[in-house]
Structures are given as structure tokens and as C-alpha cells.
Ligand binder design. Sequence first.
Ligand code: APR
Ligand code: PHB
Length: 389
Amino acid sequence: MRTQVAIIGAGPAGLLLGALLHRSGIDNVVVEQRSADYVLGRIRAGVLEQVAVDLLDEAGVGARLHAEGLPHDGVNLSFGGQRHRIDLHALTGKRVVVYGQTEVTRDLMDHRRSLGRPTVYEADQVAVHGFDGDKPWVTFVKDAQVQRIDADFIAGCDGFHGVCRASVPAGAITEHEKVYPFGWLGLLADVPPVNHELIYGHTERGFMLASMRSATRSRFYLQCPLTDRVEDWSDDAFYDEFARRLPPDAAARLVRGPALEKSIAPLRSFVAEPLRFGRLFLAGDAGHIVPPTGAKGLNLAASDVGLLSRALAEFYGGSPAGIDTYSQRALARIWKAERFSWWFTQLMHRFPENGSFGERMQQAELAYLVQSESAQQAMAENYVGLPLA
Ligand code: APR
Ligand code: PHB
């Protein structure tokens, strides 16, 4: 098989890149190690920035998102018995759209199928070759046969544990990482949201987040020790703890229902530099991870592939300038989102190892934030997302 761009990974980064390249008339093949159902079974974040919405529109997959997504004009912070609303729209003129990553992925999959663009699911032993020259290729095993795809470029959209970043020679890449000493226990259930907007809570029992997928489906999170096992958290234990961490008015509205999904995710900040190695590019979680507090993971994946698809379109239009600056432009945006996600994570979680001084600094910073219009403005601008470039 031969194509222009071989895309490794059928998560949101890989599928959106494929759709954007298609729009520019660039041929591409997606190679994914899991099945489509497995990919759709992963429950992840659900807040889209305008940049991501625009790119999904540009790719031609925005219809259901506009019909079913929930535009949110604000988010709420709760701490020390107070609740404070950050008016995103008043502060920035922008809003975010609550729409699950699973739905984004499903829309992209349906769209790709309707275009007839090839996706190879359940590809084993995916390997990338020759990207330091100008004729890279990809190999994998499918139905017990070794297959090969020759391409002009390889896009590594294969997530944090993927093969692309791991295939780069150690001396050519620098990795920056911070692992946080706790995880998020998430629960998805068909119950109405406790509030019409998200509530991020800092409590002495730890962080909580009340989010949603629709008017009838909620997504709730609790900060938990990394040693906790999801099997040890019954639904009742989850709801009991969640109710303790919610502000009282929202706790009074909490409706309990059986978990459709429950999982524990570790929190990490990670950036690989650069994001281009000859004819291999990294995009999305393959190149960077943010803790979920700022809801930036999916949005960064979208902005990376927005930049990359434009760069590749310019290349086929006759100019290498875009691919030459992709890494630098994407990383400039990534570091801003890393800073925001790190800051918001530090602000909202409980860090017993930082002692009472650390806790008082968090309280003082929260008090400052809700008193200072400029601090709220800075937070709101970062939350709704910075422009693409
Ligand atoms: N070969 C082929 N595919 C692979 C390989 C491999 N060796 N390794 C991983 N993959 C696939 C995974 O199975 C997954 O479907 O690559 C895909 C990567 O998708 P995601 O992990 O969803 O990453 P990305 O598309 O960058 O999306 C980033 O996902 O993790 C969330 O919060 C994050 O919202 C952000 C978004
Ligand atoms: C979610 O709805 O899953 C979600 C929302 C906001 C976040 C993280 C996760 O910051």
C-alpha cells in the first residue's frame, strides 16, 4: 500500500488529522492497534474549546456537536464553603462546549467511514521505519500477514504509550515530566448534573469535579490516592464521598445511579521536544500529556493536528516552511497549556506533603483569584483556550 501520510493511532488526534488532510486532498491511511469498539469504550474528558470546535467544523464533522453539545458560559470554583463563578463569556467573549471525547471520536469514525478512507484496526506489531530519510514506511501484522505502507510522512498520533515516540533515537529527543502523587477516580452515570455548569472543588478531603455529558448523564471525579483500586470503591462509597466534597446546595441535588463506568487515572504533565524527527511528526498525547484539571488534553490534540494538517497542505502546495516550524509552533502553544494545567492542578488538589503552609497558600491564592478581576481574566482566557497560532 502507498499513501501520502500514514497516521498511527485512531484516537481523536489521528482521526481529526485524517479528516483535515482529506479536506486538503491529501491521501492518508490510519493504522490503529485496537478495535474501533475498544477505542470508543475509553471514557475521557468532555470540554471543547472554540479552536477544537472550529477544527471539527472545518473537517466537516461538527453537525452533531452543534446539535447536542452544551455551550457553557462559565465554570464554578468551590472552596472553604464558598462557591465562585468564573464568567468565561463576560471575561473573554468566548465559551466552551461540553461534548464527550467519545462522541467526538464516534463522529470522526462515522465521517471517515462515509468518505471511504482506509482505517486498519487491530493492527499488531506496528513499527515505523526510515523517517530519517525521505521514504518512510510503516509495517504491521494484520490477520497473520505482515503488511507495509509506504508514505511521504508518518504522523505519530498513537498516544502516550505509542510506538512512534519510542522509535525516536534517545539522543534526538528530550522529555520533561512531572507525575502527581494522586489520581482521579471517575464515575459516569445516567443521572442529571448537580449543576448546570461544571464545579471544580478544593476541599480538605481532596479535589472534586462535577461534570456532565448531557442533561441526563453526569461525569463525577474525586481525587484519590494512587494506591486505591477501583474495585474497592463501590458506587455508594463514591457517592458518599462525592457528596461530602460538593458544596451543600449541589450535594442536595445529587442523584445517585449505577456507574456505567468507573476508573482511576493517574495525573501527569509531560512534554517531548521536539515534535518532528525528519519525516515523523508527533501530535496529541504522543507528544505531551496534561493533567485533566484544565480539560486541555483533547483541545491540545486538536490544535496540534490543526497546525500539522496546514503544514502538510503547504508542503504539497510547494512550501516546506510549515513542516519546518510545526514543532516550534505547536510547542509554544503546548507549554502555555501545560502551565495552565499545572497551575490549576496545584491550586485545586490536596497536597498533604506541602504541610499547613502549602494549604494556606492555596487558600490565599483562591481568595486572590476570586477577588481579582485580572486574575480571573487570565484564568478564563486560558480555560476557553488560546488562539491556534
Ligand atoms: N500502533 C497503533 N496504534 C496505537 C499504538 C501502536 N503502537 N499505540 C497506541 N495506539 C493507539 C491507541 O490505541 C489509541 O487509540 O493510538 C491511539 C491514541 O489515542 P489517544 O490516546 O486518545 O490520544 P490522542 O488521539 O492524542 O488524543 C488525546 O486523549 O488521552 C486523551 O486526554 C487526552 O483528550 C486527550 C486525547
Ligand atoms: C469531563 O467531563 O470528563 C471533564 C471535564 C472537565 C475537566 C476534566 C474532565 O477538567
